[in-house]
Design a protein around this ligand. Sequence first.
Ligand code: SF4
Ligand code: SF4
Length: 295
Amino acid sequence: MPNLDVPTMSADQLQAGRMRLARPVLPLARLVEILFLSGPFATAAEVLAELNEPIETAAIRYPAPAATLTPHLDLLGEFERLKDPRPASYTVLAPDGETLPLLEAVEAWVAQKILTRELEAINSLLCGPGGCALCCQGPTADMRQDFFAIPLSAAEVGLFPLPCHDSPASRRLTADSEPPLAVAGRPFFAAPAGLYHWRDGWGMILPRRTSCPQLGADGVCAIYPQRPQVCRRPQIFAYRLEQAAREVAETVTVWVERGKLLAVWDCPYVRALRPEIAAYAEACELEPIFKENKA
Ligand code: SF4
Ligand code: SF4
């Protein structure tokens, strides 16, 4: 089993992510919205074409605003619905369940999508260079959990050479069901690491003191470019909106306003960059929440 100590990250390893955290896209996206609504623009692209000079806010300087915003033009185009209403694929509720007016709903949806994309990019800059493999292992002996579960899509299951448990019993239960699924007469998490088809989808179960079979002895993922979607997710999560359990129609997603940024405290880059993450949240008008996942 590889060495799974959580390493301390050096200033150099943190620098690229730190720079992105210091210059969030969302304040610029808000500026695009204001200009679009107050000016003679038909599209968000027309607004971007005007943003050729550096822009300075109270705390942040954007040397090339159009270049920063261009990768998000597909999302900024959503503002166009405010001048040219068309059916939406989502609805946004306030925490009390009231439906938000169109302007607030569009603002919140665009913010959630931009934050999610940006934080995934920041995660890729920070996770990897540090040689940390905390997300690729089961609980250590001193943790209270019996296992960690890594959700997988059906297409990702084949990436892992592990025993497969797919039975009517597994499909009736989830990894958190009580009593737990039995494998060879014992709780499933007493068996070696494996792939399970649960009621809510596939997952890799990593019991105590096990690790993902794709984690090399050097602590590096052997399938990094093809790693599953869940392994690409950041430890700093956009929680501006939360997807609600219900749908108003098959084609309409319901979101609920939360206004938060979640950062998982177990991750070494979250620990190292706490002030920068808090400043990022403030610039995006979000409340930062630091929480521990694995303890
Ligand atoms: S696939 Fe790679 S990144 Fe994902 S858990 Fe396994 S070793 Fe870690
Ligand atoms: S996301 Fe954080 S905790 Fe997970 S492997 Fe990367 S650096 Fe480690």
